[in-house]
Design a protein around this ligand. Sequence first.
Ligand SMILES: *[C@@H]1O[C@H](CO)[C@@H](O)[C@H](O)[C@H]1NC(C)=O
Ligand SMILES: *[C@@H]1O[C@H](CO)[C@@H](O)[C@H](O)[C@H]1NC(C)=O
Length: 387
Amino acid sequence: MKTNTLAAAAAAALGLAASGATARWHEADGDGATIRYSTVTGYFLQDEPTTNPSGFDYAAWNFGLLNRTYPTDGWGQSHQTQWQRFARWVNYLNGHCRNDGRTRYKVLVMGRHGQGWHNVAESYYGTPAWNCYWAELDGNGTATWADPLLTAQGAAEASRANAYFASRLHDHGMPAFDSYYSSPLKRCIQTADGTFSSLRLPPGSAPFRPTIKELFREGISIHTCDRRSTRGAIRAFAPASFRFEEGFTEEDELWQGGAPRSRGETEAHQRARSKAVLDDVFTHDDGTWLSVTSHSGEIASLLAVLGHRAFSLGTGQIIPVLVRAEVARGGQTPTTTAPGFTFEATCTAPPVTSIAGQGCVCSTTSSSGGIPAVAASATSTPSPRQM
Ligand SMILES: *[C@@H]1O[C@H](CO)[C@@H](O)[C@H](O)[C@H]1NC(C)=O
Ligand SMILES: *[C@@H]1O[C@H](CO)[C@@H](O)[C@H](O)[C@H]1NC(C)=O
């Protein structure tokens, strides 16, 4: 697929998508309407500038929900939990603000997949060798990291999330999700399934029927861990409860790694398609409590679009965000002239090293893509990537 058709593909996904709870947000749908997102701070530890993301564990902090009061406290039964009181406040915000139909609040709970084989391999080979050589292969004969599966540790991280959600739902009054979404990459499907499929949901809750959405996938680098499997292979792999969004293609039409193209997604492109998938979800899903299982790089991109501070997640970590979405009229979506994908140089054998801002330093006989053997061009730096 040519680069200039990618935006069209994203737009097609945007128009065609179907999700769990479907009720179109008409005010957001008209000509010239754009949605502006912001993170409503003051509710979760993770959006406070003083919280250190490094080593932060959702399970030590009730997902980060702050102990506080809300203006709607005391309107319902007494002795309600922090989660129940927060949920009532969010309902109030939605009820009140929907009078003009132009503002919606959602609680977006985003989970990074558990540890995958690509995570292990990057640690094993070291990031320079991983980026410049090994990540472009499907595996090394012992381990496979093309659309990789979870390791035992990764599966345990999903089980831990399962137990923690069970305790929140049953002992702390946290609402169950209205809808569930997953990246199409297998490590996320496994993580979402391990986290939610055996969870006993309160009576009346929406069932766990996740929607696989193309654009919740990881940043589309030239690494094989960012190339998804075919729709048929995903269908055979995923439990029956998983559904594809409408328009989900058989082949991965976005990934451009591999010789001779060797093109990875730019940050600007990833931001734009992160906005597109949020617009899709906010326009078509009437639910308030949404679960998204995705990746560290993609969740970082979503957080940026939501105006949330940077908050990087370890494998299996989970972050909730109270999102305010407002319809703005007359705002034209800016058209970007920046390239969506750019060439990324690699080596044809394990590299000597890589230098930040310069690229891979291949051993003298082993560069690819017409790049001089010793150092790749400055624009093609495979910087340490998040996955
Ligand atoms: C809220 O209070 C509970 C009980 O005192 C405590 O365990 C928890 O860590 C507090 N949460 C935060 C985010 O401070
Ligand atoms: C392949 O990579 C894994 C780490 O992902 C490592 O444990 C294993 O030893 C490697 N196999 C070979 C043949 O180098």
